[in-house]
Design a protein around this ligand. Structure first.
Ligand code: NAP
Length: 474
């Protein structure tokens, strides 16, 4: 029987473990360093945390959820959905929670995993589903050690943090901050938002799904499939609008400008982005500008110079008192699989292979690393539609690959195939909107390693069928 280890129990790990078992592979173990399933939806518990992709598309096509309360559901609903999927798919016995994988080594015939604590286990196939947004980044700010208040990162929100009556500093204005600040503004005494670059935003067309709709979903499942198809089409159209024809781009830019005009008031010059729309993730929000305009909220656009025991000092000479300092500063997205040490055929180390930036054929397989498959690997992030859609495509591709391994032994992608794919990615990305600003898609050298350059439909089509001639038997 093919022994399979899946590393990570977020959206990706749960999907692939389920589809592998459904395809008849019974020996699947899912290692998860956290104490629960859910990945980013377990880790991100900051107030206001919610999905910014419409729910009909933010679920598995094979486990549509009739019970979403609204179009953009809050994080605990998504976590609840993943927990229910884990139960419904019968995956609990497969789970090893609280078990980090320290290293993986190819022995010539199998993968040897070393788990935290030193135990070893051997598998024929490993699937790394460790995500792109699992390692929070905290920038180095002079004097950070001197700050004596409470320090938090959005992805590590202290469960017992009561912000009532406190002065909060929030560093960053990305997808996390834009949800957090409106959610804190009612309770905090003061909030200072430290903005380095203003985000492009669009109105968030959220709406509640009432009891009738939820009941109909349950009784007439094709309705959910229709909503999913409609949402997919909508994200396709908006994706084309941001990356496609100038006239469509102008229209979306005008909607964004209109939102600032109506909602930002005198703050408008300070919240108008100075880079091309789409270079950083475009953010859906209804409450951001209103929150910034509240009398207890200050927007600081000067660079942060230093922290002292209780203040943030900015380049304009201002001192901002903070009881709590929140880093809404994102993740080390370009460093895939770290800190796991992966050693493949002939002692090749993945971190060496990827020293100039991660790459993988279809974001899934790397030459020199037989029987290793990645989910949400290099160049598979999407700026305009659901990552879950990509994860499903990867899971189905991996099932085919594991079938090929079970039938004929280890499988390794050809060097020339992976190189040609990488060259194509980099050529297409070189002219993309993502090259025009700093963002989490690029390495220090400027190489875009996270994003898929095309539409989701293209990715789905290219991963639909595994091409045996792309592989060798090591
Ligand atoms: P992010 O998009 O990387 O934003 C980080 C923010 O911190 C940026 O505004 C950045 O400014 C700022 N920053 C970083 N270092 C700084 C410094 N030294 N001084 C001042 N500002 C600094 O991180 P995120 O908001 O956590 O979002 C990351 C990704 O997670 C998103 O793009 C999205 O894919 C995902 N996410 C999704 C949802 C959802 O609803 N599904 C919600 C939250 C997050 P610059 O822009 O100038 O670098």
């Amino acid at each position: 029987m093919t022994r399979i280890a899946v590393i990570g129990a977020g959206f990706g790990g749960i999907a692939v473990a389920h589809l592998l078992r459904r395809a008849g592979f019974g020996d699947v173990t899912v290692y998860e360093r956290g104490d629960d399933v859910g990945g980013v939806w377990r880790d991100n518990t900051y107030p206001g945390c919610a999905c910014d992709i419409p729910a009909p598309l933010y679920s598995y096509s094979f486990a549509l959820n009739p019970d979403w309360s609204q179009r953009f559901p809050p994080h605990d609903e998504i976590l609840g959905y993943l927990r229910r999927c884990t139960d419904a798919f019968g995956l609990r016995p497969q789970l090893r929670l609280g078990t980090a994988v320290d290293s993986a080594q190819w022995t010539g015939t199998a993968w040897r995993l070393t788990l935290a604590g030193g135990t070893c286990a051997e598998y024929d196939v490993i699937v790394a589903a460790t995500g792109q947004l699992s390692r929070p980044v905290v920038p180095r700010i002079p004097g950070a050690g001197a700050f004596t208040g409470i320090v938090a990162h959005t992805a590590r929100w202290p469960a017992d943090l009561d912000v009532t009556g406190k002065s909060i500093g929030v560093i960053g204005t990305g997808a996390s901050a834009i949800q957090l600040v409106p959610a804190l503004a009612d309770r905090a005494a003061r909030i200072t938002v430290f903005q380095r670059s203003a985000p492009w935003t669009l109105p968030k067309p959220n709406r509640r799904y009432g009891r009738v709709r939820r009941a109909l979903n349950r009784r007439v499942p094709p309705l959910m499939r229709a909503a999913r198809a409609g949402t997919l089409l909508l994200t396709w159209v908006t994706g084309r609008a941001v990356t496609g024809r100038p006239i469509a781009r102008r229209f979306v830019r005008a909607v964004s400008a209109g939102q600032r005009y109506v909602q930002a008031g005198r703050l408008r010059p300070h919240v108008t982005p100075d880079y091309a729309m789409g270079c950083k993730r475009v953010l859906f929000t209804s409450g951001w500008y209103r929150a910034l305009r509240r009398s207890n909220v200050t927007l600081s656009t000067a660079d942060i110079r230093q922290l002292t025991a209780a203040t943030v000092l900015t380049a304009d000479g201002a001192e901002h008192h903070c009881d709590v300092l929140v880093y809404a500063t994102g993740f080390a997205a370009t460093e895939f699989l770290i800190p796991m040490a992966v050693t493949g055929r002939d002692g090749r180390r993945l971190e060496d292979e990827w020293k100039d930036g991660a790459y993988a054929h279809l974001g899934i397989t790397v030459p020199g690393f037989p029987n290793l498959f990645l989910m949400y690997g290099p160049n598979t992030n999407t700026g305009n539609t659901s990552v879950v859609y990509f994860l499903e495509a990867q899971a189905r591709y991996i099932v085919q690959a594991v079938r090929a391994v079970a039938e004929s032994g280890p499988l390794e992608v050809r060097e020339d195939v992976a190189a040609a794919f990488d060259a194509e990615m980099q050529r297409r990305l070189a002219g993309s909107v993502w090259t025009g600003c700093t963002n989490w898609y690029r390495t220090a050298t400027g190489r875009i390693v996270t994003n898929w350059p095309g539409m989701a439909s293209e990715y789905r089509a290219r991963t639909a069928r595994l091409t045996p001639s792309d592989f060798v038997r090591p």
